[in-house]
Design a protein around this ligand. Structure first.
Ligand SMILES: NC(=O)c1ccc[n+]([C@@H]2O[C@H](COP(=O)([O-])OP(=O)(O)OC[C@H]3O[C@@H](n4cnc5c(N)ncnc54)[C@H](OP(=O)(O)O)[C@@H]3O)[C@@H](O)[C@H]2O)c1
Length: 321
């Protein structure tokens, strides 16, 4: 977690420039794009010339409301902004989404933005729901879109980008050291889960996944992770009691707007190959905290993640070859 001084700097002092990289001719998919950072990211990439933007949303109604707002803001013509249904808790929804994406002429950018901060213990994919959505569902989609991105690189001579919207809270995650043979199975048991830690843990696991994925996929796709600062969005809406009051106070006092945070998302999604496998915060590559560099933990997470993905979508690991 950033120090207090760093938090104050990024929340109050740092000037976050408007992104200016061209997205001309690009096709961009943004998950969780019906609100918060995702919706604002869509507005930016359209302003920067994207020719097609897919708002990947689990609720078509919410997605379409966002589409109208994004179209109005960017004054783009019909058909440029598209709402496609995507529920990261459903392998069939993910597969249906991937089939549509494979029919696109090109896929230049995938922003893995959708995420949750769960407040009740629930099981999805045989594990706790926060890691199910933020890690398993997220990578189940990401792995299936890699062939389309590689094809885009070949056909159009471009460098596609895959950006994971992570969180600086990853380095305060408590990683369960004695989780037995499979961390995800361990987290299926409510007695092993501390919900206050799950979001942070999910972002640490996401980082391990992104680091491993980037080491396997390599060029021509730039794969990076980033932290968008602390922004006022709907992420913590389901908190209750004292935590809700505290987050509301902190949001009122210190939060950046979703629009400001989304500038950093767009920066990462257009950053150079020197960011491949790395993590950006406040607009620059940051050194990983020691826990992110723990090879043993990263290897275990990658191994059990891949096993889950293969079980949910047989053959998905072929996409890594
Ligand atoms: N806000 C911050 O300060 C902050 C800081 C660091 C990192 N982040 C990260 O930024 C990303 C965007 O969050 P946000 O702050 O913009 O929060 P948000 O407003 O709550 O947006 C989250 C998006 O994810 C979608 N989503 C949730 N579960 C999904 C599922 N199963 N399938 C598909 N989409 C799903 C949500 O859809 P619904 O509207 O249908 O729920 C929503 O569109 C998250 O990954 C979050 O961890 C945020």
């Amino acid at each position: 977690m950033p120090s207090l001084a760093n938090f104050i700097h990024t929340q109050f002092v740092l000037t976050i420039p408007q992104p200016s990289a061209s997205f001309s001719s690009k096709t961009v998919i943004i998950t969780g794009a019906n609100g918060g950072l995702g919706k604002e990211t869509a507005k930016h990439v359209l302003r920067l010339g994207a020719s097609k933007v897919v708002l990947a949303c689990r609720s078509p109604a919410r997605g379409n409301r966002a589409r109208v707002e994004v179209e109005l803001a960017s004054k783009c013509g019909p058909g440029v902004v598209n709402v496609w249904e995507l529920d990261l808790e459903s392998p069939s929804s993910i597969k249906g989404f991937v089939d549509k994406a494979n029919a696109l002429p090109r896929l230049d950018v995938l922003v893995n933005n959708a995420g949750i901060m769960e407040v009740e213990f629930r099981v999805v994919y045989g594990t706790e729901r926060t890691v199910a959505v933020n890690d398993i569902g997220t990578f189940l989609l990401a792995l299936q879109l890699i062939p389309k991105m590689k094809e885009t690189a070949r056909r159009f001579g471009v460098t596609p980008h895959m950006t994971f919207v992570g969180s600086a809270l990853y380095d305060v995650a408590k990683y369960p050291e004695r989780h037995g043979g499979d961390l995800f199975t361990w987290l299926e048991d409510e007695r092993n889960v501390n919900l206050a830690n799950q979001y942070n843990l999910s972002k640490l696991l996401q980082l391990y996944g992104a680091i491993k994925l980037s080491s396997i996929v390599g060029s021509p796709i730039v794969i990076n992770s980033m932290d968008p600062c602390f922004c006022g969005t709907h992420l913590a809406d389901r908190l209750t009691g004292v935590k809700k009051v505290l987050i509301k106070l902190l949001t009122a006092a210190a939060a950046r707007t979703a629009e400001e945070g989304s500038r950093l998302v767009v920066q990462a999604a257009s950053a150079g190959p020197e960011t491949h496998g790395l993590y950006l915060r406040a607009g620059a590559v940051q050194k990983y905290a020691p826990i992110a560099l723990d090879k043993g933990k990263a290897s275990h997470v990658w191994e059990v993640l891949c096993a889950r993905l293969e079980k949910l979508q047989p053959g998905v690991l072929e996409n890594l070859r």
